[in-house]
Design a protein around this ligand. Sequence first.
Ligand SMILES: NC(=O)C1=CN([C@@H]2O[C@H](COP(=O)(O)OP(=O)(O)OC[C@H]3O[C@@H](n4cnc5c(N)ncnc54)[C@H](O)[C@@H]3O)[C@@H](O)[C@H]2O)C=CC1
Ligand SMILES: O=C1[C@@H](O)[C@H](O)[C@@H](O)[C@H](O)[C@H]1O
Length: 343
Amino acid sequence: MDASKTSDRLNVAVIGAGRMGADHIRRLDTRISGARVAAVVDVDEARATDAVRDVPGAVALTDPTEALARADVDAVLVATPGFLHEDILLAALEKDMPILCEKPLTQEPDSSWRIVEAEERLGRQRIQVGFMRRFDSEYAALGGIFAGGELGAPLMLHCAHRNPSTPPGFTNEMLITDSVVHEFDVIRYLTGEEIASVQIRRGRRNSFAPDEQHDPQHVLIETTGGLLADVEIFVNAEFGYQVTTQAVFERGIVNIGRDRGPEVAASGRWGGVVTPGFEERFGDAYEAEVQSWVDAAARGEIGGPSAWDGYATAACCAAGVRAQQSDAAVTVELNTKPEIYHS
Ligand SMILES: NC(=O)C1=CN([C@@H]2O[C@H](COP(=O)(O)OP(=O)(O)OC[C@H]3O[C@@H](n4cnc5c(N)ncnc54)[C@H](O)[C@@H]3O)[C@@H](O)[C@H]2O)C=CC1
Ligand SMILES: O=C1[C@@H](O)[C@H](O)[C@@H](O)[C@H](O)[C@H]1O
């Protein structure tokens, strides 16, 4: 018998050792309890080898199916680009393994729905989607205010999502499918409502943005309960990384995500530090997300957003991509939620 299987630890294969995968590998190796990295898979062999160099007992592979077939692998963390998620997810579901899939679940509603159907055939939820904002302490506190009702009914949300720059190949559609997908998730999470429609206005364009992108864009969202939300998505903002939300309630306003930290007065100036990227802004949230997944896997459960959440946000993204073509609001089309996702 494989010795690692006799331990209580979850033996994780991380698929994709790029920016996010490498970060998750470090986290699993050093800060998460109850799990170990058993394998790292990357088509770029050197990258896989680099990633396991300091991880005791982990093997470097180039083929995801090889990892899934190993006796010392019993869970999968998917961190390849979104367009590759479907095949890996279907193969891991075949093995009935706990899966943490980086967002997006997949890039289109049809492929996301195929994942939901595969999980439904399995009869239980196995996939947790990496919408880490739900694990951020400020979003959680805001969620508590929504649920508690002490400020009355929520009326509006004003969101800003600013990235310093985009990697090569970041298309105009990806402003929605890769970035605003997070706002679709948190708006659903905070309100407990699905999103009914998406409208996009493209105003003045940042001349420093890559030619293929119209950056920034203004996304207008209405939930099924009539709450209005707006999102400024600005992905070449240069100055740093910023994700803010202002929630307007009947009896108060709540702001989250403003850069805080030590305010230093020195050399004739005062001020703080701008957050450079998502790793710094959401480091604690990623850690809580992965720990929640590991803990839930030991109980045969998932510990966060589900494949349904992945599907519903993919449907919002599809509406958003259509909305980029005109100024009209586009209705979000959703299939009926399967029984296994009703808690
Ligand atoms: N939750 C969050 O805040 C964030 C989530 N992400 C998500 O994480 C995922 C990965 O994004 P990044 O790390 O930024 O991408 P990346 O491009 O830095 O890394 C992707 C890695 O996957 C590898 N790869 C490509 N095809 C493969 C295959 N067939 N099998 C195995 N490995 C393969 C590449 O060689 C590369 O090392 C995406 O789904 C992205 O949306 C990314 C950034 C932040
Ligand atoms: O998920 C992420 C990236 O993939 C995406 O490109 C960024 O816009 C988000 O801020 C980050 O959290």
